[in-house]
Design a protein. Structure first.
Length: 184
């Protein structure tokens, strides 16, 4: 029982500990922790997706076998191999017009998306780009994966969606750009 209020509360709506200016009580601190955790909840996802997409793009750009039209491990052979099992063969046909150009486009797109996500610059647009890359890979390269949950492109697509909706509200260049507008 709290001495000054005659109840089990602290007088400020929180319970469990002395309250006062700057001291919200035990439950008030818990509420503050929850608010902080909520603000930073998407940060691990941003870090994972940003680093992973940068790595994937650089891995493609530095692999001479991948960046060729033919041969084992090439983008061309991979696209020819999935053409008949993809959900949208027309997308694969479009990529097969210039497989190396398509490989460079995907790799550069992954790097741009990864950097934008990691630093939080145009984060929603970067996340949308990541979602579109993942969607296109799911509908082409990993569509035939059975059962579907063994394929990773669908999981990446779903991982991008919270970032499309929320952006990068903390520890981001977007937050820095928005800060002066909030102070007006």
């Amino acid at each position: 029982m709290h001495r000054t209020t005659g109840t089990y509360g602290t007088g400020d709506g929180s319970y469990g500990g002395p309250a006062g200016p700057g001291r919200p009580g035990r439950w008030g601190r818990f509420t503050g922790w929850k608010e902080t955790a909520s603000r930073y909840a998407l940060l691990p996802l941003r870090l994972f997706l940003g680093i992973t997409f940068i790595y994937a793009g650089l891995d493609k750009l530095t692999d001479p076998a991948f960046m060729s039209d033919t041969g084992s491990g090439s983008i061309g052979e991979m696209m020819r191999g999935v053409r008949d099992t993809s959900a949208i063969p027309a997308l694969v046909d479009m990529a097969l017009r210039n497989p190396v150009g398509f490989g460079y486009a995907i790799a550069c797109g992954e790097i741009a998306v990864g950097i934008g996500t990691l630093v939080g610059l145009f984060a929603r647009l970067a996340a949308l780009g990541g979602a579109l890359i993942s969607l296109s890979l799911w509908l082409t390269v990993s569509w035939q994966t059975d059962p579907y949950y063994y394929g990773n492109d669908l999981a990446y697509l779903m991982s991008w969606l919270p970032l499309v909706l929320a952006g990068a509200p903390v520890l981001s260049l977007d937050a820095l750009r928005a800060a002066p507008r909030r102070m007006r």
